[in-house]
Design a protein around this ligand. Structure first.
Ligand code: SF4
Ligand code: MG
Length: 328
């Protein structure tokens, strides 16, 4: 994706103008085939919007989306429908995303039929195979979504996403609606499927703890902008951006235990309808200086293929302020 922008609202009425939400601002990313690429940030940071822009479920105001080297920004609906088979999404809420009036067999079988991947009785065989793939009993095909737990529903959602034999799967916070006890199971399932089926995975998450063990690279988003991009180990061991540092400090550390210093970020994310001037993080950044509120930091390339958008990242790193609290 190159230079993606997406705004919502801003319509002019007779008496008032709707506020414009700047959801995604000039984001460029290159997801590599076969990798797990995580997009992380608090809610309202534009990460779900970015995921949908990549799949062209919504249109960008500016910027291009390329898939396997082909510019798909302006392709026709018909062509996009064909491509849709290769690109799938797993939604956040397994309670809202499955049609309650459809049986599991119809939910999972629909993409198989739609894309002509099987016919007649073979569709049911394929559904049974997909259910087994996600760790569910094939007999479940006759049941309806309300008969399942959250974890099982998310497995059904994954089976549906896999039904069209995609190459690229985007998981929009695929485990955040689930009980903590089943989150790890679903994450492990996604990892295993990714390896077995050779998928490219993009995982959207609000929490760095969830994605650590499954990701290859991580993009950290703040108020619609990418503020840091790094390999997962570099990011956890040596976060460069103050926002990434704060997100890591918010993870409970197993060695410090429950009484430990769990530094949480000050205040809420500012509204994306009224963006702070200069560096968008300056209203919450513990390192902010006068320059930060007047000058917008660009995303600069640093050693090791990393990227960071902070005027003072090197000074902050040299001062040792980036020592992560997280123990691995
Ligand atoms: Fe903090 Fe300034 Fe860096 Fe923004 S540019 S992250 S406010 S130090
Ligand atoms: Mg979201």
């Amino acid at each position: 994706a190159r230079g993606l922008h997406r705004r919502f609202g801003g319509r002019r009425g007779l008496f008032r103008t709707e506020p414009t939400v700047h959801a995604v601002n000039d984001v460029s990313i290159a997801v590599r085939p076969g990798e797990t690429f995580a997009i992380v940030g608090e809610s309202g940071c534009g990460k779900s919007t970015l995921g949908r822009l990549l799949l062209r479920l919504i249109e960008p105001n500016e910027g291009r989306v390329l898939y396997k080297g082909r510019d798909i920004t302006d392709i026709s609906k018909g062509e996009m429908r064909k491509l849709r088979r290769e690109m799938q999404i797993i939604f956040q809420d397994p309670f809202a995303s499955l049609n309650p009036r459809m049986s599991v067999s119809d939910i999972v079988g629909e993409p198989v039929r739609l894309h002509g991947l099987a016919r007649g009785g073979q569709v049911n065989e394929r559904v049974a195979e997909l259910l087994r793939t996600v760790g569910l009993r094939p007999e479940f095909a006759a049941r309806y979504p309300h008969e399942f737990s959250g974890g099982q529903r998310q497995r059904i959602g994954i089976a549906r996403a896999l039904a069209s034999e995609p190459d690229l799967v985007i998981g929009d916070e695929p485990v955040s609606a689930l009980d903590v006890s089943v989150q790890a199971q679903v994450i492990n399932l996604l990892e295993e499927l990714k390896d077995r089926l050779g998928l490219t995975l993009v995982i959207v998450a609000h929490d760095l703890a969830v994605i650590r063990h499954m990701s290859d690279r991580v993009a950290v988003m703040y108020l619609g902008e990418m503020v840091e991009l790094a390999g997962v180990d570099e990011l956890y061991d040596n976060p460069l951006h103050p926002y990434t540092q704060a997100l890591l400090k918010a993870i409970p550390s197993p060695t410090v235990g429950e009484r430990g210093p769990r530094e949480l970020l000050q205040g809420d994310v500012p509204s994306p309808t009224a963006l702070p001037s200069g560096c968008r993080f300056h209203t919450r950044c513990p390192h902010a200086r006068p320059r930060c509120s007047s000058e917008h930091p660009s995303l600069q390339a640093v050693e090791g293929g990393r990227r960071v958008a902070c005027h003072f990242w090197r000074e902050i790193a040299d001062a040792g302020a980036s020592a992560p609290v997280l123990a691995s």
